[in-house]
Design a protein around this ligand. Structure first.
Ligand SMILES: [Zn+2]
Ligand SMILES: [Zn+2]
Ligand SMILES: [Zn+2]
Ligand SMILES: [Zn+2]
Ligand SMILES: [Zn+2]
Length: 263
């Protein structure tokens, strides 16, 4: 299922930046918007809530018919499909080079992880991840009483120099702590995250935001996480088609966005 098709047909004025999806956001970048050249694609697997941008999941060609994420496509027993880098089961997964699975978002934010093929973003290559990352415990899991999960998988660390807080990528994603920051040149995006403390300091610090990638691009490598102030987006929950054109007046937009009001 692809977002945007009906919108394109319904509105010739439809353009890259003025469409707002009511349906849950991308499992990788959390952005809920879709673009003509980078649509949000929803998995048609039974009971699967995966939604991803074409570019966030390495979908070379979006099929016109049903689309299935790799997990649903694999027919592997759901219980066996678990991310090697974190304790969370849902989300957009890909095969790893050792026959396991990992979230695309975990692969992006653990610095040593690579994609064997960068256009298809698979398989995910874990061999360069230092053992140290697997030995760290996630402070977010511990904070939330999931001690048994805290040592599962690998951890990223707070991007603030000198801070030693470690956490799972997906725990940080759900807490809204992941960022994309501008690297040395325009094409260079650094995927990083902060502990809750430094993330809140970051938001308070004046003048930081200009360092973040200001533009939410529809194409990789910027995945749309640039705005650290954005509240965490809940995990994607595909709903029936519903498109909102931001060209509509603000009042109608907010009306349509109000919970309980069906378009
Ligand atoms: Zn995305
Ligand atoms: Zn699926
Ligand atoms: Zn993961
Ligand atoms: Zn965790
Ligand atoms: Zn920190």
């Amino acid at each position: 299922m692809v977002s945007g098709e009906r919108c394109l047909a319904a509105d010739d004025e439809w353009s890259t930046n003025n469409m707002k999806e009511m349906i849950g956001g991308c499992c990788v970048c959390s952005d809920e918007r879709g673009w003509a050249e980078n649509p949000l694609v929803y998995c048609d697997g039974h009971g699967c809530n995966v939604a991803v941008h074409q570019a966030c999941y390495g979908i070379v060609q979006v099929p016109t018919g049903p689309w299935f994420c790799r997990k649903c496509e694999s027919q592997e027993r759901a219980a066996r499909v678990r991310c090697e880098l974190c304790p969370h089961k849902d989300g957009a997964l890909k095969r790893t080079d050792n026959g396991g699975w990992a979230h695309v978002v975990c692969a992006l934010y653990i610095p040593e992880v690579e994609f064997a093929n960068v256009s298809t973003m698979e398989p995910i290559v874990l061999q360069s991840v230092p053992h140290d990352r697997y030995n760290k415990t996630c402070y977010i899991c511990e904070d939330q009483g999931r001690e048994s999960k805290a040592a599962t998988g690998a951890c990223m660390t707070c991007n603030k120099h000198g801070c030693r807080q470690a956490f799972h990528v997906t725990c940080a994603q759900f807490a809204g702590l992941l960022c994309e920051e501008q690297g040395s040149d325009a094409d260079n995006v650094k995927y990083c995250g902060y502990c809750k403390y430094h993330h809140s300091k970051l938001l308070l610090a004046e003048g930081h935001h200009p360092q973040l990638t200001a533009q939410k691009s529809s194409a990789r490598p910027s995945l749309g996480l640039s705005d650290c102030s954005r509240p965490p987006t809940p995990p994607a929950q595909p709903l029936p088609f519903d498109h909102i054109n931001q060209a509509q007046s603000d009042s109608s937009l907010s009306l349509l966005l109000s919970p309980g009001i069906k378009h």
